[in-house]
Design a protein around this ligand. Sequence first.
Ligand code: PLP
Length: 391
Amino acid sequence: MDKLNFINEELDKLKEAGLLINVRTVEGPQGAWITVDGKSVLNLSSNNYLGLANDLQLKTASHNAIDTYGVGPTAVRTIAGTTTLHKVLEQKLAQFKGVESAVSFQSGFCANLAVIPAIVGKEDVVFSDELNHASIIDGCRLSKTRVVRYKHGNPKDLQDKIHAEKDIRRKLIITDGVFSMEGDIAPLPEIVEIAEKYNAITMVDDAHGEGVLGRGGRGIVDHFNLHGKIDIEVGTMSKAFGVVGGYIAGAKRLTDYLMQKGRPFLFSSAVTAADVAACIAAVDTLNKSDDLVKKLWSNTRFFQDRIKQLMFNIGMTRTPITPVIIGDAKVAKDFSQKLFDVGIFAQPIGYPTVPAGKARIRVMLSATHSEKDLTYAIEHIEKIGKSQGVI
Ligand SMILES: Cc1ncc(COP(=O)(O)O)c(C=O)c1O
């Protein structure tokens, strides 16, 4: 008997349900137009919100860092030491976010895996928005903490659930800042109010907020002017910052503690000097000017106004993440393929990333797009939407 036969069966099931993910191959640099599977296409799939992934200043900083530091970190930071560049990045991030301190990790995913098990354990409870990112879910699993999921973006439900657990040793409320598949924004002021009432620790994952929300892209805490009210901020350098890596920002005692207790910090090598140098250049770029953030938002308004006029359902989005909700996973897949055929790269997203029956084309807007690019996309989305009976 073939002991790995279950793999074939599982893959067949995914294919049958229209959920088999096709990982496309990108040749060349990121930008508004990229080459995918040998074809030049308009890129509506990336989180390169500000176009920094191929920015000359970031690339130059990376080249220089390789010349100075070489290419590899050689071991984990607690054993082999850390570069001055990592420290500079952490200081700059703390300043950018308006907090005392920051500590970097290999990715946003790793940052969530590091912080949650360090903060809570078996005797505690995490209150987690039901649409939180997979890395938050996995961080909670690793912590072995009991998780109480509250209804998406619903402070009333959070309040009821936390009240029922008010005598628990430690309470941690976790929410995405911007929800990555819906594009809506967490009701952070109400969450802070509830946290203060019940003495709960607050944690927000700002992966899709930084570079997008707040003054000059400083993120969700700045957007709501809640400085000093959030205990733990999670960030990633892989989206608007255009590079790779994650971080936790907050009080100095928090980051000191994570350097002792955060397992990805202790047991996995850090991102390379080249990555870190590019991240520093990205923060510097945002500190200098908010032009890219403004362009991102004008593109967002341009695209979303027109798509809504065409009667597409774009759900609850308040940010450049634009879910064109279709429903059936197979129809969404076919929609995406038809877009690709006319030179538009916009991926279908189905279960389990979004609930079953809520499949969508996730359109990611960027400062790199021109109005001409977006008009091209809108015309074809309209044509395909009509031919498929979506509108
Ligand atoms: C809310 C949220 N947190 C964390 C991550 C993971 O970030 P990274 O790609 O840096 O691991 C993502 C990326 O998809 C995200 O959307």
